[in-house]
Write a new protein. Structure first.
Length: 213
C-alpha cells in the first residue's frame, strides 16, 4: 500500500514531524495498527539498519530515524495495547560491570525497538546478578551484554553461569558483543550468540527469541 511505503520512506529520512500525520492517515484509510507497525515503521527501520550495516548511512542518520520511529509509535502504541498486540519479546541489555561504554549498546537498543522488541536497558556497569534478576522480573527471553574492555569480559561468563545455576538457560538466552569480544569467546563461555555489529546483534536476538517462544 502506497501510504505504508510513504511512512517507511519518511522514517528513513529521519522526518519525525512527518511520520505521525502519515500514520494517522493510514489509520483513517482503515489500515490496522499492526500492519502500519510492521509494514511501515519496522520496514523503514529495517532498511535503515541494513544501510547502516553496509556503511551507506552513519550513526546520526540512525538516531534521526529512531526519533521518527518513536514519533510514529506514540500514535500507534495506545491502539496496539488496546488491540492486545504483543511485542516480539522482551530483551534486557546493558554494559557489564566495570564498563562505562554504552554507545554501541544504545544503538543496539534502538534497533531492537525498531524491530518490535520491548527493551529493558539497564545502562552500564551492570552486575551479573542485576542482569539475571531483570530478565526474571520482566519475563525477558534474551539478555544482551556489551563490553569494550577485556578486563570486564569475565562478567559475561558470570551471567551465563548464573543462568545455568538457576536452571534458566533454556528460557533466557544470551548474546554478547563489543570490540574485544569474539565468536570464539562466546563459544568458550557458553553464550548463545555473538553480534559483531548492531545489525548482526538484532538478527541474533530475533533467532534466539523465536527459539524460546
Amino acid at each position: 500500500m502506497k501510504i505504508l511505503k510513504q511512512i517507511a520512506q519518511c522514517l528513513e529520512s529521519g522526518d519525525d514531524a512527518g511520520v505521525p500525520p502519515l500514520v494517522r492517515q493510514a489509520l483513517t484509510e482503515g489500515i490496522v495498527p499492526k500492519t502500519i507497525l510492521d509494514d511501515g515503521l519496522i520496514a523503514g527501520m529495517n532498511t535503515v539498519g541494513e544501510k547502516f550495516r553496509v556503511h551507506e548511512i552513519f550513526l546520526p542518520d540512525v538516531l534521526l530515524a529512531a526519533k521518527a520511529m518513536y514519533a510514529g509509535m506514540d500514535v500507534l502504541k495506545p491502539l496496539l495495547l488496546s488491540a492486545g498486540v504483543s511485542s516480539r519479546g522482551r530483551v534486557v541489555i546493558g554494559s557489564v560491570q566495570g564498563d562505562l561504554h554504552d554507545i554501541g549498546k544504545n544503538l543496539v537498543g534502538i534497533m531492537l525497538k525498531g524491530a518490535g522488541f520491548e527493551v529493558i536497558d539497564l545502562g552500564n556497569d551492570v552486575t551479573a546478578e542485576k542482569f539475571v534478576a531483570a530478565a526474571k522480573n520482566n519475563d525477558a527471553c534474551v539478555i544482551g551484554m556489551s563490553a569494550l574492555l577485556t578486563t570486564t569480559m569475565p562478567v559475561m561468563k558470570e551471567v551465563v553461569d548464573l543462568l545455568k545455576k538457576e536452571s534458566l538457560s533454556g528460557t533466557i538466552k544470551t548474546i554478547i558483543g563489543g570490540a574485544p569480544v569474539s565468536q570464539n569467546y562466546a563459544g568458550e563461555i557458553g553464550a548463545d550468540a555473538y553480534g559483531y555489529d548492531c545489525a548482526q546483534a538484532v538478527a541474533g536476538v530475533k533467532k534466539l527469541a523465536a527459539a524460546v517462544q
